[in-house]
Design a protein around this ligand. Sequence first.
Ligand code: 3E9
Ligand code: MG
Ligand code: MG
Ligand code: MG
Length: 365
Amino acid sequence: MHDLTTVPPIFSPYSPAIHPRHEVIDRRTAAWADAFDIGSPELRSQLIKHDIGTFAARILPEGREEVVGILADFVLWLFGVDDGFCEEGELGSRPGELLGALSRLLRVAQNPEAPMLLEDSLASGLRDLRRRISAYGTAGQVARWVDALREYFLSVVWEAEHRSRGTVPDLNDYTLMRIYDGATSVVLPLLEMGHGYELQPHERDQTSVRAAAEMAYFIICWDNDLFSYHKESRTGRYYLNVIRVLEHAHGVTPDEALSTAIAHRDRVLCLFVRLCDSLRRQGSPQLRQYLDSLEAFIRGAQDWGISSLRYTTPDDPADLPEAFRETPTDDSQEPLDIPAIAWWWDLLPRESSSQRADHRSTLYA
Ligand code: 3E9
Ligand code: MG
Ligand code: MG
Ligand code: MG
């Protein structure tokens, strides 16, 4: 058993927010999971206690209610796959078979009319999600949702290879794959749909806009790794998160790895704040909304992460923070020593010390 003493309050410059219909949305998602029989009865009975509808309501606090509902059902479905297939199921240690099973599901997402997996409950849930996503999204958004699902599936197959061997990847590989295996990129088309716009490719695919999205994935996943370490490290099963990767890479204790992981996410979050400021100055109203949604996604994952029974595990309580702090533990503008992402720090000029002081005073005003 590798226990962490306490996860301290971590830096968040954003305000909490929640959709006013969150209770209804949360109840409907539990009913949806039952109606589509998502996961085993045991897994489903857990998932419906995890406030997943509330999580979606925090991600899209001002979004269209129907889309918040789709997001909630989809996140529950993703946990049906991530917990049920990958982390707790037998396929999670058989990467080749897992790839086959996920590719069949992907075909259902892409061509719901294909006569495949007609008796499979995850496939039926996915058909329902695809139908609703098509009703509220454009053809381009549906296509990006399918593509993002593919990149998430690819990353869990990589994770399954490590699980099958019991190996721990190095920090660079972990960072690169964790950008996808938190299923964060699959949520992005729904953020646009929730506000009824489509970010155009000339903005979305700019390197700096893609980098902003990747930074949000990084922050959300590092935060998840801090808050979920307790539940993940106590299952007795193979688990992978940044604390374990750092313990392994540097031969340090979980508490030392925790401080390093917090410093990483603080440094990325400081860069993300600066990059969003700069992109907002040049971007379209749609890009500004997109950046607002990335911020709400980060904060929503934080508020849900410290409060959901999924992570607080009251039978064996995790020592999670009850609040966030206003300042980072590490505000260095130097790149992290992680080649896959070090280029993020080349996107903006470094600030002088007086600019940094000005920036701090506006950020924490
Ligand atoms: C998260 O990583 C796995 C995803 C499939 C969960 C579905 C959630 C989202 C799409 C929203 C993003 C939210 C996050 C990453 C909290 P992991 O470590 O397996 O999640 P766990 O809850 O087991 O710690
Ligand atoms: Mg996972
Ligand atoms: Mg998990
Ligand atoms: Mg986790």
